[in-house]
Design a protein around this ligand. Structure first.
Ligand SMILES: [Fe+2]
Ligand SMILES: [Fe+2]
Length: 293
């Protein structure tokens, strides 16, 4: 079992310092096996914003925490044409991570991060064919019993995040990216960008999407909220490939509190959700675990 804290859209420069401190304390206390941060570390990719983000990450690393991080569109300078087109991720590489294709594996999970932030598409993301090849190749070498997780800033899939349930933009080259994820056997796709929490089985959103469970994180610490949804992050317990618990940890104005708790169980029909307070949800996890034993 892997315990993963999935944060996104930290946005130093448009952050609430109290919430940043509270998130750090929560992580230090909970000691996840891995912290995943799916991009937008800064608000405008300015040096002082990257320095603040770097100091925060370094404090977490100094406390012994492992991390897998990818950049977001806000980590590419928008108003500086020289940097935006000449060296769009130079500051990200210097202050956050040099690795734009990070990979983590333990005895339960294999996790690959891909960079979807681009200079030309100011807010929309894109995946290129070289990244799709890496996605297929990397997971082809993973033991078949491990849970395969993909991390991007922009979600691969369009999702109903508008007030009226209207669909969002999907990542550029969406159909090829979805096919690559399906061929790579991705079980869970983690992303951010919309500052909205959301979880849904991919096959209910896109035809031929394969077996992925799509999990979106809200903004963990930014003051820029969508539809007044409070700051939050995701707390995941991955019980191998066919059962995952997701709990959204929500800022209530004074502290982070564990909220909605759902178990996702995968069968031949794909992922289905059950409230964790419902005893059938925990029974589903126990049945899946017994079936593997
Ligand atoms: Fe963002
Ligand atoms: Fe973003």
């Amino acid at each position: 079992m892997a315990r993963i804290a999935h944060l996104s859209d930290i946005h130093f420069g448009a952050h609430d310092p109290r919430i940043v401190t509270a998130a750090e304390a929560w992580l230090q206390q909970s000691q996840p096996d891995l912290i995943v941060i799916s991009g937008d570390f800064t608000q405008r990719a300015r040096r002082d914003q990257f320095r603040q983000a770097s100091a925060w990450l370094n404090r977490l690393r100094a406390a012994g925490m492992k991390m897998l991080v990818v950049p977001g569109n806000h980590d590419v300078p928008l108003y500086d044409p020289f940097r935006r087109f000449g060296a769009p991720l130079r500051r990200y590489k210097r202050y956050i991570s040099n690795d734009l294709c990070p990979y983590y594996e333990d005895d339960a999970v294999a996790i690959l991060g891909l960079n979807t932030a681009r200079s030309l598409t100011i807010k929309d993301g894109r995946i290129n064919h070289d990244q799709m090849r890496r996605l297929r190749d990397r997971f082809a070498r993973v033991a078949p019993d491990k849970t395969r997780i993909l991390v991007t800033h922009h979600p691969l899939f369009a999702m109903p995040i508008g007030r009226g349930g209207e669909l969002s933009e999907a990542v550029g080259r969406h159909e090829d990216a979805v096919e690559a994820a399906r061929e790579a056997g991705i079980h869970i796709a983690l992303a951010g960008h919309f500052h909205r929490t959301y979880a849904e089985a991919a096959h209910r959103m896109v035809a031929d999407a394969g077996g992925a469970l799509v999990i979106q994180a809200g903004t963990a610490t930014s003051t820029r909220l969508r539809n007044a949804e409070p700051q939050s992050f995701n707390w995941l317990h991955v019980h191998r490939q066919d059962s995952v618990e997701l709990q959204v940890v929500i800022w209530d104005g004074a502290s982070f509190q564990r909220g909605h708790h759902v178990a996702y169980v995968r069968s031949t029909d794909g992922w289905t959700a059950q409230e964790i307070d419902d005893p059938r949800a925990l029974a589903g996890i126990r049945i899946a675990q017994r079936a593997r034993a």
